[in-house]
Design a protein around this ligand. Structure first.
Ligand code: ADP
Ligand code: ZN
Length: 800
């Protein structure tokens, strides 16, 4: 344990603007001590003396700057005591440098919850707090460069550099030109030259002002037209900075809540009663895509608010689109904090503050929003609870959904898990009565479920009349029919790039990333070979990057290739693409906007097209290769496949038009395809739960993974073997209470030049597993200091 360690440090001169807060009086005899969690991979807290001037403010949850190993770190006070820790003489205990803020950043209940989370995931508390904390607020006047950057970041680099990066973060704004008619022009319309001028004039006359971006959407040559109009004094320009946040662009008009149907009303009544009675209850809201779950969330959150309680809603990051957010804004107006990964530090901090001070009572966000400091939290909702993105897969490996349940449980308030395809674990809990099942059986708009046609690629062949791979005859016919009806299609393919692998004849294998054991993907537009797991990319010259040989073959189909095949095959259709390559910044939203406006006939994309979009004229969904998800070396592969197929199918025919889904597969007889075709979640669940029971996988067993990685393969193997030795000697393992699988090289053996191994622990009950993990935590930490990282992953999701 590292607690009670005190390092030497020279207190530097500091210029501070809030002297009463930060008055360090090193001569005064400290009478208070505090335990501080610092963001380092150490398990305990460090003890510091509290200078007299700060005593008033130092309390659990307060952020402080402390010396550690000659560096200054941002830490969090966990507790305060009047006595120096036993065996340490007070003189050697270093004082806190200063406070970051006068008030605790974590309210008491949140801090307690975070400590519990750290304990459950066996993760150092300092790193947990750093994950949960807001960025440091620079506007409060603290000029000390040591507080720049994210809290807890090691403080290094020149002050100028830090300020520059800080400035970059502050400038999450862009300049926008606004155009309006010059004063008096509207009263006396000028003579206009040409159609374009007339068109632009008409738009301007109807509105007080219009942004140039919007004008360009109406009239491509708007800029030239405006230049001409400005010259003649007809229009005026103003350049303003506007925030980048796409979620709070134009105001959203308040909506009128629809009359609930019976199933929705029952669900809302049950949740609302639990909110009102402050009842500790977990609900499973199970309803097909489009069954009106979101409306249930809105009503339940509204009920909480009427009771003077706060509400928190979590959803997968890629479901967090401006379109969805506007549904919440339409109901909650400005009483809503949206927490998403695109927020800059300043905005994130502002949101945090508003929640913390109780100015805003409703928060929605992706997984880390589970830490949002919502006041008087009375309800937590997790939408799409089955989504794997709730699990964070590095550093603090938590599951946002599970922490939502924990947080609600500790507060004694209801938690609602919603999904059209619940995770096997959650649905099992509902079957056992641990969660209360609320069921929305049909679509809210009375739109029928889409009809699903499974195409057997073995029989019809993957090449249809167009000659392009993965465009089978039935799919091509379905696309044609959709275009003929002037409706829209979404084609889903889970690989981005042009060709997923490039084979070199001379090397007799696919060209691999030099740092990872994965094939490089050819991106045609960019002209590169790219690794999708690290940053590696090289120009693609048509030659092998290993041997220089030019006999290379492009293999497979990625979204970029599919896009070009579709453009070739349907020359009159307007084709768009949505994947991570086009989605940076506001790219994704632009593509979705086009789809919504009807400017795209066929949208090609990766999972990004599967989530939550509700676009009335999309009536065809094509799944190009259903087998890709099934091929994953993961016991959840079947579950993931069912979820993906159901989610993407749910995009078709959501309103008055009938939806069609075409699923292409090489294994049409696979049970999961039969279940998906008939929208049979129950059937899928029964199949899957039987398989899990047999294998002892969740929900019938508890899992933990130990993950080892390091630059030196032998070192990693040795570390894994040593830990395995310890494990195998444990009585629970010898008695078979805990099964140890591995250690074995991970399916992706090398990632960013680090060799990787993993070891899976499985037990029927949680307590023995936890005891075993507790015994190896310190051993794991010790190896971490020897160059091999060992991470404990409780309830792992990612098996790669
Ligand atoms: P889910 O979240 O289950 O996918 P949504 O809440 O998005 O479903 O609802 C699907 C569509 O049905 C939306 O367009 C929504 O406005 C509409 N809707 C929801 N509830 C009702 C209702 N009670 N009456 C009419 N339309 C409804
Ligand atoms: Zn790589």
């Amino acid at each position: 344990m590292f607690a009670r360690v005190c390092w030497g440090y020279n207190t530097p001169a500091m210029s501070l603007r809030q002297p009463e807060l930060f008055a360090t009086a090193p001569s005064a005899e400290p009478s208070l001590y505090c335990d501080v969690a610092v963001p380092l991979p150490i398990r305990g807290a460090l003890t510091y003396a509290v200078p007299a001037g700060m005593a008033r403010h130092v309390a659990p949850g307060v952020r402080v700057i402390v010396p550690v190993h000659g560096k200054r770190l941002v830490g969090y006070v966990l507790g305060v005591s009047e006595r120096a820790p036993g065996g340490v003489s007070p003189e050697v205990i270093k004082p806190i440098f200063h406070l970051v803020e006068a008030d605790p950043v974590f309210p008491e209940d949140l801090l307690r919850f975070l400590r519990e989370a750290a304990d459950y995931y066996l993760h150092p508390i300092g790193e947990v707090l750093r994950t949960a904390a807001p960025a440091i607020d620079r506007r409060r006047g603290d000029d000390d460069p040591s507080t720049a950057g994210t809290p807890g970041a090691l403080v290094k680099g020149s002050a100028a550099k830090r300020r520059a990066s800080l400035k970059a973060r502050w400038q999450r704004v862009h300049e926008e030109t606004y155009v309006k008619l010059a004063a008096g022009v509207a009263a006396a319309p000028p003579k206009l030259r040409g159609d374009k001028q007339a068109q632009v004039y008409a738009i301007l006359a109807a509105r007080a002002e219009v942004s140039m971006t919007e004008l360009r959407q109406h009239v491509k040559t708007a800029k030239g037209v405006i230049d001409g109009l400005c010259e003649r004094g007809i229009t005026e320009l103003e350049v303003r900075e506007v925030p980048d946040d796409p979620f709070f662009g134009a105001p959203v008009p308040r909506d009128v809540a629809p009359e609930l149907n019976d199933a929705q009303r029952d669900a809302v009544t049950a949740i609302t009663a639990a909110v009102e009675h402050h009842e500790r209850a977990a609900f499973m809201l199970y309803g097909v895509t489009g069954s009106g779950k979101t409306e249930v969330y809105l009503r339940a959150m509204d009920a909480a608010q009427r009771k003077g309680k706060g509400a928190l809603l979590l959803l997968p990051e890629i479901a967090l689109t401006p379109q969805l957010v506007s549904r919440y804004r339409a109901r909650f107006g400005d009483n809503l904090a949206v927490l998403h990964s695109g927020l800059g530090d300043a905005d994130r901090h502002a949101m945090w503050k508003k929640l913390h001070r109780g100015e805003v009572h409703v928060a929605i966000g992706a997984r880390s929003a589970v830490f949002a400091p919502v006041r008087d939290l009375g309800l937590i909702i997790v939408d799409e609870e089955h989504d794997p993105s709730f699990k964070q897969d590095d550093h603090f490996r938590y599951n946002g959904r599970d922490l939502a349940l924990l947080r609600a449980h500790r507060l004694g308030v209801p938690c609602v898990l919603g999904s059209a395809t619940p995770s096997v674990e959650s649905y099992h809990a509902a079957q056992e009565g641990r969660y209360r099942l609320l069921h929305l059986p049909g679509r809210a708009t009375s739109a029928p479920m889409p009809d699903i046609h499974v195409v057997d690629l073995r029989r019809v062949g993957p090449k249809g009349p167009t000659g392009h791979e993965l465009l089978s005859l039935p799919l091509v016919r379905a696309i044609e029919a959709t275009l003929n009806r002037s409706e829209q299609a979404i084609l889903f393919l889970n690989r981005r790039g042009f060709a997923p692998s490039v084979r070199c004849a001379a090397c007799d294998q696919a060209i691999e990333c030099p740092s990872c054991t994965v094939a490089l993907v050819m991106h045609r537009r960019e002209g590169t070979l790219r690794c999708h797991y690290c940053d590696f990319h090289v120009p693609f010259t048509g030659a092998c990057i290993v041997c220089g040989g030019s006999d290379v073959t492009l293999l497979g189909v990625g979204t970029e290739k599919l896009e070009s095949a579709i453009v070739n095959s349907f020359p009159r259709a307007r084709v768009g693409r949505l994947d991570r390559d086009v989605a940076s910044g506001t790219g994704a939203e632009e593509v979705l906007d086009k789809l919504r406006r009807g400017d795209i006939d066929i949208l090609v994309g990766t999972q990004m097209v599967t989530k939550g979009h509700d676009i009335p004229r999309v009536t065809l969904v094509g799944v190009l290769n259903a087998d890709a998800a099934l091929a994953f070396p993961d016991f959840r592969a079947v579950e993931r496949t069912f979820q993906l197929l159901s989610q993407v199918s749910g995009r078709a025919g959501r309103r008055d038009l009938l939806g069609h889904v075409v699923i292409q597969t090489w294994q049409p007889e696979h049970p999961v395809l039969i279940r998906a075709r008939t929208h049979d979640y129950e059937g899928f669940y029964q199949d899957e739960v039987a398989a899990r029971a047999e294998l002892g996988y969740p929900p019938f067993g508890r899992l933990a993974a130990l993950r080892f990685d390091g630059h030196d393969e032998e070192g990693v193997k040795a570390a894994a073997a040593r830990l395995e030795g310890v494990l195998r000697a444990m009585p629970e393992v010898m008695a078979g209470t805990i099964k140890v699988l591995g250690p074995a090289p991970a399916p992706i053996e090398r990632l960013r030049n680090r060799f990787r191994m993993q070891c899976l622990l499985r037990a029927t009950e949680r307590p023995p597993l936890r005891r075993a993990l507790l015994r190896i935590v310190e051993l794991a930490d010790a190896q971490g200091r020897e160059g091999v990282r060992v991470a404990i992953d409780v309830d792992p999701m990612n098996m790669l």
